[in-house]
Design a protein around this ligand. Structure first.
Ligand SMILES: *Cc1c(COP(=O)(O)O)cnc(C)c1O
Length: 391
């Protein structure tokens, strides 16, 4: 068969962890402070500086899921409330709404961007609606100006799921500084930077931040807790709510400090690979992902191909052929309305989400990560051509 099938399998995603991260983790292990401590604090400050707003509140957590849960909890979302989000996302975006006993209302996507269909949000609003959770799919910003207008008009909160969107910009402003109530980033292993597991909740609302910090660690009143690190020793603390266990360890933050420093270089490499794919795959029976508007940044967390009608194979067949050629692919996402839990909980049918359903049936994500070599990028391009029967 082809030469490429003899090469080692190229996984769909791999983290890019350097010697600085490793040395910092080792330093943490030797320091005696392995849970949340000075490095988690430094990581929060460094993140605020990265966003260009040293005063913005950054709350390090052990996952983006935890951050989304904390943000909604702090906004008072609870039983009887409805939260609007896209069906074309990972279940974490929506499950946190159910943790709080509130209901999820799913909206279809814009077939071009695969982001939530802005023009369908208003029809989903009811007297019970409290919040909207936009997801910056693949790393392309949602039209936040229109979305925030709708939210303002109807008195709704907005929590951005920015798990894909570091660094993504809209009108030259980084996601995280758009003016929603809160934004949550993910540092899961396959995201644009990683701490193994981790996330960051970002907000300009001091009350939201105060509540999230208390609920991040068992509902411990921070004023009492902080006395542990003060000059005068104190064993006393107070529990003011039944909180969660969502703090980020210093081991994870040690990785985060160096991943964050490398983020600009990571982004340049992702952009380079994306541009190579856009150029090399342009003449194939594919719909290529939209780029960010001129002057803005697409994080390229995902590179999502869509087989066009002229492509004579199914998406599943395409993935099987890529696999046979030694290339790992993925699908983002099996939409929420397809999963048994969400389908049965809300009696959902695919007919209600035609654009998401069609995207699900025809899209495939190909490898795009900074640890890939130029040769591996060319191997992916060659495998895409072969899989479409065009090489
Ligand atoms: C990865 C991801 C999450 C969850 O992130 P964790 O840090 O693993 O909790 C949430 N939403 C989307 C869209 C994601 O891709």
């Amino acid at each position: 068969m082809s030469e490429s099938s003899k090469l080692p399998f190229l996984p769909f995603a791999l983290p890019d962890i350097g010697e600085e991260e490793i040395a910092e983790v080792v330093d943490t292990l030797r320091s005696g402070w392995v849970t949340t401590g000075p490095k988690a604090k430094r990581f929060e400050q460094a993140f605020a500086e990265y966003l260009g707003e040293p005063q913005i509140e950054c709350i390090a957590v052990n996952s983006a899921t935890a951050g989304l849960h904390l943000a909604l909890e702090a906004l008072g979302i609870g039983p009887g409330d409805e939260v609007i989000t896209t069906t074309h996302t990972f279940t974490a975006t929506a499950e946190v709404v159910r943790y709080l006993g509130a209901d999820v209302v799913l909206v279809d996507i814009d077939p071009r961007t695969l982001n939530i269909a802005i023009d369908q949000i208003e029809a989903a609003i009811t007297p019970r609606t409290k919040c909207i959770i936009p997801v910056h799919y693949a790393g392309l910003a949602v039209d936040m100006l229109s979305l925030l207008d709708i939210a303002r008009k109807h008195g709704l909160k907005v929590v951005e799921d920015a798990a894909h969107a570091l660094p993504t910009t809209l009108e030259k402003e980084l996601i995280g500084t758009m003016g929603s109530n809160a934004t949550v980033f993910s540092f899961y292993a396959n995201k644009t930077m990683t701490t193994g597991e981790g996330g960051m909740l970002v907000t300009r609302d001091p009350e939201l931040a105060r509540r999230a910090r208390v609920m991040r660690l068992h509902g411990i009143n921070r004023d009492a807790f902080d006395r542990f690190t003060a000059k005068v020793p104190s064993w006393y603390y107070e529990i003011v709510a039944p909180g969660f266990k969502y703090n980020l360890t210093d081991i994870a933050a040690a990785m985060g400090l160096h991943q964050l420093k490398r983020l600009p270089a990571f982004q340049r490499r992702r952009e380079q690979i994306a541009q190579r794919y856009l150029q090399a795959l342009a003449d194939l029976p594919l719909i290529l992902p939209p780029e960010a508007p001129e002057g803005d940044t697409h994080s390229w967390h995902l590179f999502v191909l869509r087989l066009s009608d002229e492509a004579e194979i199914s998406r599943d067949e395409f993935i099987e052929r890529m696999f046979a050629l030694g290339i790992g692919c993925s699908v983002h996402y099996v939409p929420l309305h397809q999963h048994p839990y969400w389908r049965e909980q809300y009696g959902l049918t695919a007919e209600r989400f035609p654009h998401s359903q069609r995207a699900y049936e025809r899209t495939v994500s190909i490898p795009l990560y900074t640890a890939m070599t130029d040769e591996q990028v060319e191997r992916v391009i060659d495998a895409v051509r072969r899989s479409l029967g065009l090489a």
